[in-house]
Design a binder for this molecule. Structure first.
Ligand code: 2BA
Length: 107
């Protein structure tokens, strides 16, 4: 079994989780914060059998859109970096990790 961790934009989270549920995947949403922009995002956890990983990743990719986001000049990035001028970065679609699950129990 595998655990998919997907960091996505808050605005895409509803569509991603609805489509995962439609396709029969269970998921959990966590409210998280990116350390560079210090902006809220959403991390979705999906526990899946190995042969279903690709299908779940495709659902996540299909609903996660990239966006240009502006960090204002003089604002702190989470790394202690204060750009003099506004910095525009491309955020997402999704940052996805797939890790092994050693043990899974529902009690
Ligand atoms: P943030 O850390 O707020 O980063 C937002 C966006 O800022 C990133 O988009 C990237 O385009 C840019 N960025 C991040 N660090 C940078 C740096 N040191 N210098 C210049 N630009 C930088 P994404 O790469 O799409 O990442 C979106 C969010 O996904 C991140 O939000 C963070 O919450 C998460 N993430 C990305 N890579 C990660 C990783 N390797 N491990 C854990 N979380 C990660």
């Amino acid at each position: 079994m595998k655990l998919i961790l997907a960091i996505i934009n808050r605005d895409d989270a509803g569509a991603v989780t609805q489509n995962l549920t439609k396709k029969g995947f269970s998921s959990t949403r966590l409210a998280t914060t990116g350390s560079f922009l210090l902006a809220g995002n959403v991390t979705i956890l999906v526990g899946v059998d190995e042969e279903k990983v690709q299908e779940a990743v495709e659902v996540i990719k299909g609903e996660s859109h990239s966006r240009r986001q502006l960090m204002p000049g003089g604002a702190e990035s989470g790394s202690g970096y204060y750009p003099a001028m506004p910095v525009e970065v491309t955020v997402g679609g999704a940052t996805i990790f797939v890790v092994d699950i050693e043990r899974f129990e529902r009690v």
